[in-house]
Ligand binder design. Structure first.
Ligand code: UT7
Length: 307
């Protein structure tokens, strides 16, 4: 049995905050932020909740693939900013979109959340238990920011992205590899309400582990790196992605990016980018893409997806 992504969707809140806007309230500049990160802008949820944005993205993903919403067997929301400790954001999405048959829960794996959610969907589908799983990465990261801490507040943004993962008769490749290292839990964490991190450590960790896990997935699936059309990475920082491309000896043009517009939207960054690439025709049927995420935990992982 194969597994495919059959639909995608995304919701970006309309309110924007540019680097120049931030420079009015903290000691920073467009030059510093854009040269260190590649980020020029971010979107902020304002009064919108994570479940609101997740429902919008989820509805679009279901409409994109044309399945009946009642055929969704499971909804997984990856988020570090749920509306409530409980009920789960996924349960609120279920109510909003009317996916009444679905089992619903959230997972907390920060920026690697979409990869972990995919791995759960993949396992349930390959085991023959479920056919259609809606996975969503949705974040109101702005609620976790100390807006006077220039080392962190310039990096993040809000948004939601979704994908419908479904069983497929053809034997599509698709191996997920996920890892965690709890001994590094303090490197990137959310204390009460605010994100604190050792930026340099996170940078080094990402550049070390992401090429490794990508090579692991390629080896496990017997895939030649030259047959991968695109490497769709968590959108944290342009320099991290450039360093990973260099290590893999792959041209940077095969690493699409949209972080300039959205900043780091944590679990939402990968599905927002997937939706963009699908809608603008850059992902085509038959393409093999690597999708890879990294973040707090520390956690990291990669998937080979055939479209
Ligand atoms: O999903 C994963 C989330 N985390 C990440 O993506 C973080 C990964 N790390 C990074 O992207 C980089 O480490 C940063 C962009 C966060 C920082 O870049 P850096 O080159 O590692 O800078 P730094 O933290 O070593 O700071 C260099 C200087 C410091 O000043 P001094 O001590 O040299 O005088 C900082 O205080 O830059 C200063 N600085 C800033 N200056 C202007 C830190 N943040 C800012 C800022 N504007 N926003």
């Amino acid at each position: 049995m194969g597994v495919r992504i059959i639909g995608t969707g995304a919701f970006i809140p309309p309110k924007t905050v540019t680097n120049d806007d931030l420079a009015k309230t903290v000691d920073t500049s467009d030059e510093w932020i854009s040269s260190r990160t590649g980020i020029h802008n971010r979107h902020i949820a304002d009064n919108m909740t994570t479940s609101y944005m997740a429902s919008k993205a989820g509805k679009m993903a279901v409409a994109d693939c044309g399945i009946d919403v009642l055929d969704i067997d499971m909804i997984i929301v990856a988020t570090s900013s749920p509306d409530y400790p409980f009920p789960s954001t996924a349960a609120l999405v279920q109510r909003e979109i009317g996916a009444l048959r679905a089992a619903c829960f959230d997972i907390s794996v920060a920026c690697t959340g979409f990869i972990y959610a995919y791995s759960i969907a993949d396992a349930y589908i390959r085991a023959g238990i479920y056919k259609n799983v809606l996975i969503i990465g949705a974040e109101v990261m702005s609620q976790h920011l100390d807006w006077s801490d220039r080392s962190v507040c310039v990096l993040f943004g809000d948004g939601a992205g979704a994908a419908v993962i479904s069983s497929d008769k053809s034997d599509t490749v698709g191996t997920v590899t996920i890892h965690s290292d709890g001994s590094q839990a303090d490197v990137l964490r959310c204390n009460k309400d605010n994100i604190v991190m050792d930026g340099r450590e996170v940078f080094t960790f990402a550049v070390r582990t992401v090429p490794q896990v990508i090579m692991e997935v390629l080896q496990n699936t017997g895939t030649d790196i030259n047959d991968v059309t695109m490497f769709i990475l968590h959108q944290a920082n342009r320099r991290i992605i450039e360093a990973i491309a260099k290590k893999l000896k792959v041209d940077i043009t095969r690493f699409p990016m949209n972080l300039s517009e959205y900043g780091n939207t944590s679990a939402a960054s990968i599905p927002i980018l997937l939706d963009e690439l699908k809608k603008n025709g850059r992902i085509k049927a038959g393409d093999k893409t690597i999708i890879s995420g990294f973040g707090a935990g520390l956690s990291w992982g990669a998937i080979l997806v055939e479209w």
